[in-house]
Design a protein around this ligand. Structure first.
Ligand SMILES: Nc1ncnc2c1ncn2[C@@H]1O[C@H](COP(=O)(O)OP(=O)(O)OP(=O)(O)O)[C@@H](O)[C@H]1O
Ligand SMILES: [Mg+2]
Length: 287
């Protein structure tokens, strides 16, 4: 497989006295993958994200963006262009007073010719679903729309990989859903590799692969079904599982055997119908 990001035995501390924020961590993200990163507060998710964008450099071990070691200072601009970051607070990421100017900001700073900027920002605003708001003032938009403006600004740089560090944390459910739909389409339709750090298990359930961190290390790794079927282990790491996995687990414990790898609502409803009636949900007139 084609490697997009790789952390090899990475250790990092913010100061000499401090404990290790990353502690011998090894992880890889393949090109085109959608990886969710989970973990309790302070376990090192943001620190890892900043290593994947060469904002931080490991104290020991190596980080690679494609095949470029992040210690290669001469290629810093290239690395930052390849891996775009979107952070939690949309207000901190918006700099201009008109949406399209905001999306163009980084390209203007890089000295990209105006005609090229026009093409790239129009493309990026369409991909992020905010093209119709292009002439509006960002402060008049909802949190979810602002976050999609921030995503468009990053996409305009034509990155290979997008890292979202709790980019949905401050949004209402509708804003979150629209941002997730945008991110999923960037991944599936445009081949952009996605690393999505989140506290929402339902969002992690959409990923190809889930990485669970604990105390600067990787504690669990696998497909969402593999990870979320290990309910007790996930809970021991102070995390939840998606509600449907939780329900199936509780029903099984209570004596109604349910499949162990259910992570979404429709699947859960079908399994429940079958467990109660003995029939497939397809036979149910409402389904
Ligand atoms: N700038 C900093 N200076 C000193 N220590 C820091 C700094 N940033 C993070 N840390 C510490 O490093 C450890 C890992 O922090 P990090 O922000 O990577 O965790 P996180 O998993 O992203 O947490 P959260 O879910 O709260 O965002 C924590 O103990 C944190 O207190
Ligand atoms: Mg964080």
């Amino acid at each position: 497989m084609d490697q997009m990001l790789r952390a090899q035995d990475v250790t990092f501390s913010y100061s000499h006295e401090q404990h290790k924020a990353l502690d011998g961590l090894t992880a890889q993200v393949e090109r085109g993958e959608f990886v969710a990163v989970l973990g309790a507060n302070g376990c090192g998710k943001s620190t890892l994200a900043k290593h994947f964008n060469a904002i931080l450099l490991p104290v020991s071990g190596m980080v690679y963006i494609e095949d470029i070691p992040t210690t290669d200072e001469d290629r810093l601009l290239e690395m930052r262009q390849k891996v775009g970051m979107v952070f939690q607070n949309p207000d901190n990421q918006i700099v201009a007073t008109v949406v399209e100017e905001d999306v163009a900001f980084a390209l203007e700073n890089l000295g990209v010719p105006p005609a090229e900027i026009r093409t790239r920002i129009d493309e990026a605003m369409k991909m992020a679903g905010i093209y119709k708001h292009r002439e509006k003032a960002p402060h008049k938009l909802s949190g979810g729309q602002k976050q999609r403006v921030a995503i468009a600004g990053v996409i305009a740089m034509r990155p290979d990989c997008l890292i979202l560090d709790e980019a949905t944390a401050m949004l209402d459910p509708i804003g979150r859903e629209k941002v997730m739909r945008t991110v999923r389409s960037l991944n599936r339709d445009h081949g952009i590799t996605v690393v999505h750090i989140t506290h929402y298990m339902e969002e992690a359930a959409m990923a190809d692969r889930v990485i669970v961190m604990s105390e600067g290390k990787i504690a669990m790794e696998g497909t969402p079904k593999e990870v979320f079927s290990r309910v007790e282990e996930v809970k021991a790491l102070h995390l939840d599982v998606p509600q449907s996995a939780e329900l199936c687990h509780a029903l099984t414990e209570a004596g109604l055997p349910m499949p162990v790898d259910v992570i979404d609502v429709d699947e859960c409803a079908r399994a429940l119908y079958k467990a109660i009636t003995g029939k497939e949900a397809g036979e149910c007139p409402q389904s």
